[in-house]
Write a protein that binds this ligand. Sequence first.
Ligand code: FPP
Length: 252
Amino acid sequence: MYNRLMKEQIDSTRLPQHIAIIMDGNGRWAQKNGMERYMGHQEGAVSVRKVVEAAGEIGIKYLTLYAFSTENWNRPKEEVDALMALLITTIQRETGDLMKNNVRLQAIGDIERLPEASKSELHWCLNETSKNTGLTLVLALSYSSRWEITKAVHDIAQAVKENRLHLEEIDEALIDKSLTTKNIPDPDLLIRTGGEHRISNYLLWQLAYAELYFTPTYWPEFRENSLFEAIVDYQKRERRFGKTGEQIQSEK
Ligand code: FPP
């Protein structure tokens, strides 16, 4: 159960529209508790559930979770298999609640690389929840920014080569549209759990103006209150987008 006092500190008129999270620290949490690493991921899935529910409840529109990076394919096979299996069981267990809570699931990343069983379960859930109109939950799976940007450059170059696009038409808006995050607004707030202060190949283009929030809390211990705390911290900051503080004040 979360702390209502913390939730009440949130100004609902100035919510971040999009929160992106790097869910780090599952392995260390498991180690700290004398457990196998996969148990950290299992407990991490409980945090996913709690944070998704809390985000939807307070009116966040987009939540993007870094569930599996391109680099994660290099982990020991047993751990990769455990994460892929967890993806399936989590989708099977949670889709009912996603429907009840009006959550739409989306996925970004090189989904084609996922094993067949995970891919088909994911596609089923994407389809099932596609008409929901509340929170959009974006899972970054087999995702890395450099992969995404490389793919976008390739697609744009191909279009130029085939005369479907002129060089002069390449601008920021076109690049935005060529990324897997097209139709998703840029994150306003990035949260990284687990104590590291890194972006780790996550949404590099999209995070240009995001506020960064780092917490030592391991992901399995990051629950509703931790999310509310991060939002309260975000709301204390002034976002200037390259302008001066005076300009921002006079625009209010
Ligand atoms: C990083 O912790 C976390 C991951 C690589 C996986 C994140 C996955 C989940 C939270 C599980 C379930 C999610 C879904 C959507 C089913 P780490 O293992 O790198 O931790 P460490 O730095 O302590 O080793």
